[in-house]
Ligand binder design. Structure first.
Ligand code: ZN
Ligand code: ZN
Ligand code: ZN
Length: 433
């Protein structure tokens, strides 16, 4: 059997993909990078677009959502007089790097630049955590049970007083939680009445959306910020009032007056008496425009001109996922959502590494899966700033007790000693003699 040369082997997938010139281009590019020695880890991802060396100038075209021509603009309701309306598309100058930016947002989030340096080496999980499983005493269980029953207005306390605990089984379950703190950015064309703000469009090239400095809040604190993109502000005549500063009044259709409501426009009452409200004119001044026939333009607030600029929306948010290990206690997993446990492991850093060597394999697997999921889900459209993962041990005690010759069960769980007793035998006070 003949071995293919590396070039041939590489060229082969290109042939099968000939139907798509985009794919072919990518294959070629990857190949070129491979032979010139610049092949980096980002090639392992299935690239749908060419890798760009400079993200500062190409955001608009990279984002698939932004690549679509702007239909929102054509549908701008310019005819609506009340309330600021979206300006027509020709009001926006071409700004390199912001080609797909729409008025009113809706363009989707901008992909962040690739990290220039490889990820810092992740730290390993501490190898010997403290695996003590807390046990609760019979007294503690009984006390929690009594508190629970007294919180239910109709429950009789007889089973608590008379019931005899026959067995207490401790169960432990683990909750793994992964939180990813992200920053995402999107742009939109925006406007405000022009009152002498700085006008800087074209003075120099606008910085890329990810090159603009924003005030990052503390990690895991959700926050929003909007920033005027520098060098995109220009002054335009208001499209709404055509630079007049006023629009025809919609109440009187520009007349300044309307039929008198008392005489209905006739000028006199049922008898021949003159209408005193309109002095026989049959019309009265329009109160909406004080008789002027026009109102101040809502878009430019009467300033006749608008400052038109690109607005950058920056959003910081915490994305959270949890996994609770199966346990055999019989208590439903949803019950654990409201309690806390004992924190066994906590790890916060720029990018966490999946937990390794944890005694419960399902927790380690969940960590592996969720860390991978978060990278796929959030690294594409946002920048991951910090990740945090914790493992909690949630204590669950299953208490078996006898009351009136029958056996029942309740659970005490969480740091809060919450109780669940679904088969409580005396849920109505009147059923107990
Ligand atoms: Zn009248
Ligand atoms: Zn009017
Ligand atoms: Zn206006």
């Amino acid at each position: 059997m003949k071995l293919r040369s590396p070039e041939r082997a590489f060229a082969f997938p290109g042939k099968t993909l000939r139907s798509s010139s985009k794919d072919l281009r990518n294959v070629k590019k990857t190949h070129k990078e491979a032979v010139t020695g610049t092949f980096t880890y980002h090639c392992v991802f299935k690239m749908e677009k060419p890798i760009l060396s400079d993200y500062g100038t190409n955001y608009g075209t990279v984002n698939p959502v932004y690549g679509v021509p702007a239909p929102a603009m054509a549908a701008a309701p310019a005819a609506i007089i009340h309330g600021p309306s979206a300006p027509p598309a020709n009001m926006f100058d071409a700004v390199p790097g912001y080609e797909g930016t729409l008025a009113g947002g809706g363009g989707g989030y901008l992909p962040p630049p690739m990290p220039s340096a490889p990820m810092p080496a992740p730290e390993q999980a501490p190898s010997s955590p403290n695996w003590n499983i807390p046990r609760i005493s019979e007294d503690r269980a009984r006390e929690a049970f009594a508190t629970y029953v007294s919180s239910k207005c109709c429950y009789s306390s007889a089973p608590v007083r008379e019931g005899v605990i026959t067995n207490m089984e401790p169960f432990n379950t683990y909750r793994y939680r992964l939180e990813t703190f992200t920053e995402s950015r999107s742009t939109e064309w925006s406007q405000e009445p022009y009152t002498g703000q700085p006008v800087d469009a074209g003075v120099q090239p606008a910085p890329g959306p990810w090159q603009i400095a924003a005030q990052t809040p503390a990690f895991f604190k959700d926050h929003k910020q909007t920033i005027k993109v520098p060098y995109t502000s220009s002054v335009k005549n208001c499209h709404d009032c055509l630079g007049m500063g006023r629009n025809p009044c919609t109440t009187c259709a520009g007349a300044g007056n309307k039929p008198c409501w008392v005489c209905n426009g006739s000028g006199h009452r049922l008898s021949d008496e003159r209408c005193t409200h309109c002095n026989g004119r049959g019309r009265e001044n329009c109160s909406s425009c004080s008789g002027n026939g026009s109102c101040q333009c809502n878009t430019c607030h009467g300033k006749r001109q608008l400052l038109v600029f690109i607005k950058l929306n920056v959003k910081w948010s915490t994305e959270k996922d949890e996994f609770v290990a199966q346990d055999s206690s019989g208590l439903r997993v949803e019950k654990l959502g409201k309690v806390t446990g004992k924190e066994l492991f906590k790890d916060a850093q720029f990018m966490v590494y999946p937990v390794r060597g944890f005694p419960d394999v399902s927790v380690a697997q969940a960590s592996e899966r969720l860390v991978g999921d978060h990278q796929v889900k959030y690294a594409q459209t946002s920048r991951i700033l910090q990740q945090r993962q914790t493992i909690e041990l949630i204590p669950i005690t299953k208490v078996n007790y006898m009351w009136k010759g029958m056996s029942y069960v309740y659970y005490v769980y969480g740091n809060e000693f919450k109780v669940n007793a679904e088969d409580y035998p005396a849920t109505c006070c009147c059923s107990v003699m």
